[in-house]
Ligand binder design. Sequence first.
Ligand code: MG
Length: 210
Amino acid sequence: MSRRDELLARARATKGFMPEDEGLALSAHAERLGAARPGGTWLEVGAWCGKSALYLGLAAEATGSLLYSLDHHRGSEETQPGWEHFDPDLLDERDGRLNTLPHWQRTIADAGLEASVVGIVGESTLVARHFAQPLDLLFIDGGHGAAVAWADHRAWTPKVVPGGLLVIHDVFPDPADGGRPPYEIYLDALGAGHREVAAVGSLRVLRAPG
Ligand code: MG
């Protein structure tokens, strides 16, 4: 089995909310960017158990890029007990809170991706205030609430270099399909001059202006 096939099989088997066609598109666009700009710095907001970090990580590994995978690992509003996407396997018995960090860490270690994917544990906006490195690729896939989604967008999107990629997940133009905030930040990015490169399912790949 090739390295690519191995990592794709691992991605399929990892808990998460990314359909395979979207994961493959994410990986392919990241790899194309990495081929054009080898050794780049990438960051995803919202890591969960590492599924998208595998799709991005295989592209990072292939192109000598580095992916920062950022999450506070306490879940978002919609994954808490009583909510639609709650998963009791992710509860920390010590404090009864969600904790996806051990799952994320196992995913990356088992895949042998620790040289290409580095975890950051903390609040997105707090980390962003102290993060000066420009980003060749940004993937926004954090909480879907308006305050959280807009905060992620405002904190991180300005760090994308001209010609870099901004990728947004869970963009639903029809409100019947899902919440509005990711769609609203997508519209905001288009309004600011980002150009749409691809749309696969709820994934939108945008090229930063400049
Ligand atoms: Mg998502």
